[in-house]
Design a protein around this ligand. Structure first.
Ligand SMILES: Nc1ncnc2c1ncn2[C@@H]1O[C@H](COP(=O)(O)OP(=O)(O)OP(=O)(O)O)[C@@H](O)[C@H]1O
Length: 519
């Protein structure tokens, strides 16, 4: 199944009065993984959408050549040919699955096989799905409800869905942002095999290590333009430091920011947060938190590593007071936190604890509200008039580099990384100003965020610890935990199984994440 060559020539894309892409030129060839990197808002997602034929292009051409000649689509390129739709599959940053459907139903949605009288032939769908899983090595439980699937499984389902429709070019928008390192590795093995089989593969990512290890070609976007596009040689892969520096400079348009490191921790620092024997049983009777214990001192940054789905989300929600069924105790500053029974209880907890949930769309943002409203969400009635509110919003936009710096824009129109800056910036900036501040809990704080913005967020996390707050960081990015944390705790099946120093290798942490005893 050889994929098409896709030539995107000098395209420009505009949403209303906002230029998303000013000038981008890129050629995607079958047979290699083509990585696309760049700052938040540089236009990477839009570039993929334009390639797939559904971004409002105002100039340029997208040419697809696969020997059968799909031809070119110029700026006024709609409607796109059916062959185009079938040949190119896009896996979006935010999954496009119907959570109430089974995996099988989602897989065939929109291209369902039919039997007599045009009825859906589920048996045939299952046979075809099984065959596809066999050839690609991508496996999911076809009968599971999609809402019950782990995030890595949902990712696989999205790719299977695209392949099921016969796509030979697969465009993936930050596919590893939600995956653990092991799942990401598996995904790249699959993509590598698909590329070797002749597919055209493009991946948008912020993770440099993935580019250095797996990509055969790299393109960098900056402020709506492609500024570098070139192959990666085997020799460069063996000595990646120079390439990494070159790419980082191209992304940033200058020298990379200095890396954060945890502040010095006083030996006699008091324990700020103490969690004892936390137990939470889900609707299916599974103990998602199973006797979890941990402690964090004042001024300490503790990292939590673990494969997604081992209790991270529930731990963060329990500390935030959003899991009424949780048993065990959470002690903050020597006092046991009472159960949250009212909005006032929740407010009280928020004055002491800042929380960033891992799913920004479900728990952190109102996409239809403005950036400004989102930046002060939850502070209703606590800010002294509209002028003070406008000043606070402006400060948060400036401090975290939200781009475009426009408080009146709808949050849903921001790029993914800029949405993340809004959520994290709001939490960190607010807690620092609270007289009752004690704890920051962050779920995947730099997911989908570029190097520069990650440095800003890391700086703010370190600043919070320097102010004496206890900090708990849950992250799938082990490099981030190593850089930021004083200690790394490994979460496995709802409990902390190991404590490791931040100098531990990926291999050691990875083994502990799998629950291996010798880690
Ligand atoms: N539907 C839309 N309406 C208005 N503006 C949009 C829309 N989609 C994207 N934009 C704007 O286009 C620009 C590029 O966005 P895009 O999502 O392509 O960036 P990106 O490089 O993928 O960023 P990130 O790394 O943060 O995901 C941003 O300024 C964004 O705000």
């Amino acid at each position: 199944m050889r994929g098409p060559v896709m030539k995107i020539e000098d395209i420009a894309v505009r949403y209303g009065d906002c230029w998303s892409i000013r000038s981008a030129t890129i050629t995607l060839e079958p047979g290699v993984i083509h990585a696309i990197l760049g700052e938040n808002g540089a236009g990477k997602s839009t570039l993929l959408k334009a390639a797939a034929g559904f971004a409002p292009r105002v100039a340029g051409t997208v040419r697809i050549e696969d020997g059968r000649g799909f031809g070119a689509q110029d700026a006024a390129g709609d409607p796109k040919p059916q062959a185009w739709t079938n040949a190119i599959g896009m896996v979006h940053q935010h999954f496009m699955l119907v959570s109430a459907f089974t995996a099988l139903e989602n897989l065939v949605l929109g291209s369902e096989p039919t039997g007599s009288f045009g009825r859906l032939d589920l048996a045939k769908a299952r046979r075809e799905a099984e065959a596809l899983m066999e050839t690609t090595g991508l496996r999911v439980n076809l009968d599971a409800r999609t809402s019950d699937l782990a995030v890595g499984e949902r990712q696989r389902l999205e790719i299977l869905r695209v392949l099921y429709r016969g796509a030979r070019a697969i465009l993936l928008d930050e596919p590893t942002a939600v995956l653990s390192p092991l799942e990401a590795e598996e995904l790249y093995t699959t993509l590598g095999a698909l590329a070797e089989g002749g597919a055209t593969i493009a991946v948008v990512t912020h993770r440099m290590d993935e580019v250095l290890r797996f990509a055969g070609h790299v393109t960098i976007m900056r402020r709506g333009r492609t500024v570098l596009s070139r192959p990666i040689t085997a020799d460069e892969r063996d000595h990646p430091k120079r390439l990494e520096d070159e790419l980082t400079r191209a992304i940033m348009g200058g020298e990379p920011p200095p890396e954060a490191s945890p502040p010095a921790l006083a030996e006699d620092a008091e324990v700020a947060l103490s969690i004892e024997d936390l137990v939470l049983v889900d609707a299916a009777g599974k103990r998602v938190l199973d006797g979890l214990c941990l402690a964090v001192k004042k001024g300490e940054i503790v990292g939590i590593a673990g494969i997604e789905g081992n209790g991270q989300r529930e731990l963060v929600r329990a500390v935030a007071g959003l899991e009424p069924g949780v048993a065990g105790s959470i002690v903050l500053g020597g006092a046991r936190l009472p159960a949250v029974r009212s909005t006032e209880d929740l407010r009280k907890r928020r004055r002491a604890i800042a929380v960033v949930h891992e799913d920004r769309h479900a728990d952190g943002l109102m996409l239809d509200a403005t950036v400004g409203d989102n930046l002060v969400l939850g502070e209703l009635g606590q800010i002294d008039g509209p002028a003070a509110e406008a000043a606070l919003i402006k400060r948060r936009i400036d401090r975290f580099g939200v781009n475009p710096p426009d408080a009146a824009r709808r949050a849903g129109e921001l790029s993914g990384g800029n949405q993340q800056k809004v959520v994290v910036g709001r939490a960190l900036d607010r807690i620092e100003a609270s007289p009752e501040r004690a704890l920051v809990v962050l779920g995947q704080p730099t997911r989908g965020v570029d190097v520069g913005a990650a440095a800003t967020i890391h700086g703010a996390i370190v600043a919070a610890a320097e102010k004496g707050l206890a900090v708990l960081v849950v992250s799938a990015d082990l490099g981030e935990l190593r850089r930021l944390a004083h200690r790394i705790l490994v979460l496995h099946r709802g409990r902390i199984v190991t404590e490791l120093p931040p100098t531990s290798s990926d291999d050691v942490i990875g083994r502990a994440m799998l629950g291996m005893e010798d880690a």
